[in-house]
Design a binder for this molecule. Structure first.
Ligand code: AMP
Length: 145
């Protein structure tokens, strides 16, 4: 199974935030979209160039640091700029290895410089669970026929 199949099933929506926004904006957007990460885009780029990623983990760290109120902290100072990405033709097994290795739960998928979608560890677990359930169903039917 490949990442393209997961994206075709879950959709290609990627929630984004400007690098000039605040962490309070991030919290509001994460809650509104019920998701765990936002791809950070350059507000000066018309094509929405990806410049980083910010996740719930980063918000938690910012809260623990007690540096300032979330409304006073900028996304650009908190995000991870060195984004690990995947490609649509990457195998799910390899991607699980990569995400486990890098300790990340969110992976933007890019093709020819364009953001194609975002895959979370949860999406991968769901896809594998669905596949195992289907295989189990067919095996049981085969054994009882
Ligand atoms: P997560 O487990 O995805 O919530 O992220 C844990 C940490 O890794 C946070 O500091 C994120 O900013 C960072 N992170 C998450 N996804 C990526 C990614 N695809 N590339 C680089 N860093 C990431």
């Amino acid at each position: 199974m490949y990442l393209r199949e997961i994206l075709n099933s879950k959709g290609h929506t990627v929630h984004t935030i400007d690098s000039s926004a605040t962490l309070e904006d991030v919290v509001q957007k994460l809650v509104r979209h019920n998701c765990g990460s936002l791809v950070v885009v350059d507000p000066k780029s018309s094509s929405g160039r990806m410049v980083g990623i910010i996740t719930e983990r980063d918000i938690l760290r910012a809260c623990a640091s007690h540096k300032a109120a979330l409304s006073a902290l900028k996304v650009s100072d908190t995000m991870t700029a060195n984004v690990v990405i995947g490609g649509p033709d990457d195998a799910v097994e390899d991607t699980m290895g990569l995400m486990t290795d890098k300790r990340i739960r969110h992976l933007p998928v890019m093709e020819e410089g364009q953001l194609l979608g975002l895959i979370s560890l949860g999406d991968i677990v769901k896809m594998q669970h669905d596949q195992l359930t289907m295989e189990n169903h067919y095996l049981k039917n085969y054994l009882h026929s």
